[in-house]
Design a protein around this ligand. Structure first.
Ligand SMILES: Nc1ncnc2c1ncn2[C@@H]1O[C@H](COP(=O)(O)OP(=O)(O)O)[C@@H](O)[C@H]1O
Ligand SMILES: [Mg+2]
Length: 337
């Protein structure tokens, strides 16, 4: 391993009490469409613990990418409402002006490996130059030479061979482009990296290789990951903590080991039952139906229409209950009597 200039952050052990790297409170993101307002992120409270990997798990269309956009303030033009609190390093960054956010937060403190990252590079500019750009723009380095040195270090870290430095995007395979996108997210030594379905467009072997690389990077840098995926098996590889998202809500939060042993929310249970297992006696069961469209949401629990445990309470929106310390679940089944 080359000497990498990335600051070694604490790599907290499983039982260490860790501070939160990022915390949200009442975060909302709505879009205006012809059909009405889409509530893509609603009243989201969660935290990313320092040095941990938090997996955001949920089917397609549940608002996971919108949550990433909300955290990075990458808002589409039809944004109708964006509010709430996002705490980072003791400050509510929702109060930052756009220019403060651009110069102090995005790419520097929180970076993104976007969904379908392999299409995110400009095809006519060498990838290394594109990776170096934020360093130069934000004055993180004094010269182009220094920027390229940094790119070369992150290429080593993510496993892109050095001779790719002079290459254009079309000269990278899908897997290599994905590694380059991870390099770009790492280059400015952020505290938090948000990865949106980082391996879902890749073949299984490449997926496995990239997951191993992500583990190695986490081990070597102590960076905090937020890993978005619809795939339970991907999540189990890296997760320290889990947040399950359904129809714009976070419906369950738990430490990964507790979650995989015993998921609490009926949606989480069905997600877990949908996973094929090597030595299982049960065949995997897919979840009937689809997540609801996110406009004109009715009151009540949004999972009720698909829920095998639906009962009278479910006509009202459930609050978040904490049935065991450290486990939060937005479901009436856990109401304390
Ligand atoms: N700019 C937008 N305008 C309108 N609707 C959007 C926009 N972006 C996302 N959506 C809708 O918001 C919902 C959540 O989308 P998304 O955050 O991409 O979910 P996920 O990443 O979990 O698949 C979907 O119904 C999607 O169609
Ligand atoms: Mg998405």
């Amino acid at each position: 391993m080359n000497k990498v200039n990335i600051i070694m952050k604490n790599n907290p052990g499983k039982n260490t009490k860790v501070s939160s790297a990022l915390r949200t409170h009442g975060l909302n993101l709505n879009f205006q469409t012809q059909k009405g307002i889409i509530r893509a992120v609603e009243n989201v409270d969660f935290e990313l613990k320092d040095g941990h990997t938090t997996v955001i798990l949920g089917e397609s269309g549940c608002g996971k990418s919108s949550l990433a956009r909300a955290l990075l303030r990458l808002l589409p033009n039809n944004t109708a409402n964006y509010d709430g609190e996002v705490w980072l390093g003791g400050r509510n960054i929702m109060e930052f002006s756009d220019s403060q956010f651009r110069t102090q937060v995005r790419w520097i403190k929180i970076s993104l490996v976007p969904q379908a990252a392999m299409n995110s590079f400009n095809p006519v500019t060498k990838i290394a130059k594109q990776i170096a750009e934020p360093l130069l723009v934000h004055g993180k380095v004094r010269s182009k030479k220094e920027a390229m040195r940094k790119v070369s270090e992150v290429f080593d870290l993510v496993g892109v061979p050095q001779d790719f430095i002079g290459r254009y995007p079309f000269e990278f395979s899908g897997g290599m482009q994905q590694r380059a996108a991870i390099a770009m997210a790492l280059v400015a030594d952020p505290d938090v990296i948000i990865m949106d379905e980082p391996t879902s467009a890749l073949d299984l072997l490449t997926q496995a290789n990239i997951m191993n690389t992500l583990k190695k990077i986490k081990w070597e840098t102590g960076v905090t990951y937020m890993l978005i995926t619809h795939d339970v098996s991907t999540s189990s590889e890296l997760a320290d903590d889990i947040a399950v998202m359904y129809a714009a809500w976070i419906v369950e939060r738990a430490e990964a080991k507790d979650f995989f042993d015993n998921p609490l929310h009926p949606y989480s249970k069905m997600l877990m039952d949908s996973v094929p297992r090597l030595h299982a006696d049960k065949t995997p069961r897919s979840i009937p139906g689809t997540p609801p469209p996110l406009y004109e949401m009715q009151g009540g629990c949004r999972f009720a229409a698909r829920c095998p445990e639906r009962h009278n309470d479910c006509d009202r929106e459930p609050p978040v209950f904490e049935p065991q310390p450290g486990r939060k679940v937005k479901c009436w089944l856990y109401k304390r009597n």
